[in-house]
Design a protein around this ligand. Structure first.
Ligand code: RFL
Ligand code: PHB
Length: 390
């Protein structure tokens, strides 16, 4: 087989990249390790920046998102029994975010790829990237019991944190930066009314809680838990009572609870691998970086990477210029570091790190108190939450 670009990974990064390139006349083949049903069963992000939405529209995959996504003009923070609203729209001169699930966004991208007869091979195994620093890279893999080879010009590593692409860059070239949080999140999806009209980020002595939603009848909640906990230890009843205890009484008293239809646990970490290019391999999304989800940035960073990379690849094929490809890693990383800074700031401000009555705990109280009365601090939070420009 032969194509212009092999894309490893059929998550949001890989699908969006292949769709944007296809629309510009660049051929690609997407290799995905899991089945489509499995990819579409993952419940993850929920908050889209305007830049991400614009890119979905440019990819001709934004119609359902525009119909069903909910515009949010602000979010609530809760702490010490009170709440403070971050007025995204007012503080940023009219910018908002869209609440629309990653699962739905991925489904829209699959449908858009199907409509253009895009090639996506599912359940591939043993993917290996070869000759990345030569003129003629090739990718080998097994599919339906047979070994295959695709010759190509470029390879995009969109295969997430556990993928093979980043590991194909020699250790001597890679610089990795990592901070692991001493806790995880348990997430629950339930067919219940959301706790409020807007997303609520809550800090309490018992730990962090987040109330989000997918629709008027579908809620998404997260709470901080010890990283050593198992899902089995968290019955629905235990989850709901822990969540209620971490919310101000005015919100907890009205909480609509019910059976969880999905429950998962995710460790929290910040991770960045530099550079994002090695020869003819370009990393995008979680393959190159992970942010703690408190700032709702992971999927949005995947989108900005794809924006820079798709433009660079299109320029390469239109004019033969490698300027965009050469600049890709540095341009993408500049935005990645800023979003990581914000995600880390939100994580530190809202989670229980060192336990009650510690130095850290008092600093967090001071930070939240400051935020609640400082328009400058709220503006900085709003500017980052709606997404820095790309
Ligand atoms: P993905 O989604 O992990 O997709 C990578 C794909 O590659 C496949 N793969 C391979 N394929 C072939 N060969 C191999 N060797 C392969 N190895 C792996 C995988 O099967 C998979 O299909 O990465 P991508 O596309 O870069 O997308 C990134 C986003 O998924 C991620 O950043 C977000 O989900 C992060 N995130 C959030 N981001 C936001 O912008 N806003 C949010 O509100 C938000 N909330 C979250 C989140 C992530 C969470 N978790 C699960 C940590 C909330 C949570 C709880
Ligand atoms: C979600 O709805 O899944 C969500 C919302 C905000 C975050 C993280 C996740 O910061």
């Amino acid at each position: 087989m032969k194509t212009q670009l092999v894309i490893i990974g059929g998550g949001p990064s890989g699908l969006l990249l292949s769709q944007l390139l296809h629309l510009a006349g660049v051929d690609s083949i997407v290799l995905e390790r899991k089945s489509r049903a499995y990819v579409l069963s993952r419940i993850r992000a929920g908050v889209l920046e305007q830049g991400t939405c614009d890119l979905m529209r440019a990819a001709k995959a934004g119609a359902r998102m525009d119909r069903h996504g909910k515009v949010h003009a602000g979010f609530l923070t809760a702490f010490g029994g009170r709440t403070a609203r971050i007025d995204l729209e007012g503080l940023t001169g009219g910018k908002t975010v869209l609440v629309y699930g990653q699962t739905e966004l991925t489904r829209d991208l699959y449908e858009a790829r199907d409509q253009l007869n895009g090639t996506i091979l599912h359940e591939v195994d043993d993917v290996e990237l070869n000759n990345l620093t030569g003129e003629t890279p090739f990718v080998t893999f097994s599919h339906n019991g047979e070994t295959h080879r695709i010759d190509c010009d470029l390879v995009a590593g969109c295969d997430g944190f556990h993928g093979v692409s980043r590991r194909s860059i020699p250790n001597s070239v890679r610089n990795e930066y990592e901070k692991i949080c001493p806790f995880a999140w348990i997430g629950v999806l339930s067919e219940t009314r959301p706790a409020g009209r807007e997303i609520i980020y809550s800090r309490s002595q018992a730990g962090f809680a987040l109330c989000s939603m997918r629709s008027d009848t579908l809620s998404r909640y997260y709470i901080q838990c010890p990283v050593t906990d198992t899902l089995e230890a968290w019955s629905d009843d235990r989850f709901w009572s822990a969540l209620s205890a971490r919310l101000p009484a005015s919100i907890a008293d009205k909480l609509d609870t019910g059976p969880s239809i999905q429950k998962n646990m995710a460790p929290l970490r910040a991770f960045i691998s530099e550079p994002m290019r090695y020869g003819r391999l370009f990393l995008a999304g979680d393959a190159a970086h992970i942010v703690p989800p408190t700032g709702a940035k992971g999927l949005n960073l995947a989108a900005s990477d794809v924006f820079y990379l798709s433009n660079a690849v299109i320029e390469f094929y239109k004019s033969g210029s490698e300027t965009g490809l050469d600049a890709y890693s540095q341009t993408a990383l500049a935005r990645v570091w800023k979003a990581s800074r914000f995600s880390w700031f939100m994580t530190r401000m809202l989670h229980n790190f060192e336990g009650p009555d510690s130095f850290d705990d008092r600093l967090q109280d001071a930070q939240l108190d400051y935020m609640s009365c400082s328009k400058a601090q709220q503006t900085a939070i709003a500017e980052n939450y709606v997404g820095l420009p790309f």
